[in-house]
Design a protein around this ligand. Structure first.
Ligand SMILES: Cc1cc2nc3c(=O)[nH]c(=O)nc-3n(C[C@H](O)[C@H](O)[C@H](O)COP(=O)(O)O)c2cc1C
Length: 334
């Protein structure tokens, strides 16, 4: 399946493995790119040296295009990390949260494309006016941190109309071929898939978190600001014991939440992780992992097994083609 996005990114199938924080690693990114999609490495919690090392690990595994992602929250440390990622050679740099406009010319000068994640049509238009090459429209159903409040069915056609012919990638609960086909029918040029790849064999996510993803249904996530430690932002995560405690107390505000400040886990470097922190149970985090922020989108109900990332790419693409073929036959039968 080829869309204009495939030609722009030089990929075979319009499937992007969403940046899913520290769960991304060279094995995951390269596996997706080698399977014909676009693998993405997230730079969250990674410094310039680590970014260089991880990108070199991807180059060792693939000669296909791949991307890197920044969550911009203020500009601290961005310069050095951006330099490191451009020098190391990525095909596309993606941004989420704050506006990335001041970096666009610099990234283009390095012969690299710019993507930006938005949650409404107005932000999409502003991004394109600032030179962004590809828009990611993130629907309210998505897992992880969310800027917008609009569900994909309402958001995607608005964003597509606002920026056409600039390619738009649909993000938010796309977990199977039906979701992918629907997004393409709403005008997307490709799909951006997070939670399903979080349950891939390669993702650096604790096995217990992957198990929780597999067992969860579409009603098991909550969008809230409850896990706002270090970052006052809304995000969608699996319901868990921390959310239950907080809801039982009537959803109190910061400073009044039950167990606030309790250290319930340790990071890979031994750092203390408090109950309402935004760090999830990635590989190497130890402690009460169930009570941490287990980020996931509403499409989690369609994720029912742990698979190699390449198999996920193949399944999504084949199923989407089958569904689109069925739609075609429906019209012919009329
Ligand atoms: C575990 C997890 C970590 C995430 N980390 C990032 C990140 O580092 N950068 C980013 O731009 N988005 C991040 N997101 C959001 C995803 O890029 C994407 O928008 C979302 O996963 C799409 O929805 P889905 O999970 O329903 O497929 C994260 C999402 C999850 C589930």
């Amino acid at each position: 399946m080829q869309t204009p996005l495939c030609r722009i990114l030089n990929i075979d199938t319009p499937i992007v493995q969403a940046p899913i924080g520290p769960a991304t690693n060279p094995a995951l990114t390269a596996a997706v790119s080698n399977a014909g999609g676009l693998g993405m490495l997230a730079f969250l919690r990674r410094d310039a040296d680590e970014i260089r090392r991880l990108i070199s690990g991807i180059h060792e595994r693939t000669d296909r295009p791949f991307g890197g992602n920044f969550i911009l929250r203020g500009l601290e440390g961005t310069e050095a990390r951006l330099e490191s990622c451009l020098e190391s050679g990525v095909s596309v740099v993606s941004f989420h949260w704050d506006d990335p406009y001041e970096y666009v010319n610099r990234i283009h000068a390095a012969d690299t494309l710019v993507m930006h994640t938005v949650g409404n049509a107005e932000d999409a238009r502003r991004a394109v006016d600032a030179g962004v090459d590809i828009i990611v429209a993130q629907g309210w159903e998505a897992g992880g941190h969310l800027r917008g409040e609009v569900a994909t069915m309402a958001l995607l056609p608005r964003v597509v109309d606002a920026v056409s012919p600039v390619p738009v990638i649909s993000a938010g609960s796309i977990a199977d071929g039906r979701g992918m086909a629907a997004a393409l029918m709403l005008g997307a040029d490709g799909v951006w898939v997070g939670t399903r790849f979080a349950a891939s064999e390669e993702a650096d996510i604790d096995p217990s978190y992957k198990e929780r993803i597999i067992k969860a249904s579409e009603t098991d996530t909550l969008l809230s600001k409850v896990f706002n430690g270090g970052w006052d932002a809304a995000g969608r995560a699996l319901r868990n014991s921390t959310i239950e405690m907080w809801e039982a107390e009537g959803r109190p505000g910061d400073g009044e939440r039950p167990g606030e400040g309790d250290v319930i886990a340790q990071g890979t470097d031994g750092a203390h992780i408090a109950r309402y922190a935004s760090i999830g149970p990635y590989t190497g985090v130890t402690g009460d992992l169930e009570a941490l922020s287990n980020w996931a989108g509403q499409g989690v109900g369609r994720v029912d097994r742990i698979q190699p990332a390449a198999e996920i790419v193949r399944e999504l693409a084949e199923d989407a083609v089958r569904v689109l073929g069925k739609a075609d036959r429906l019209i012919q039968d009329l």
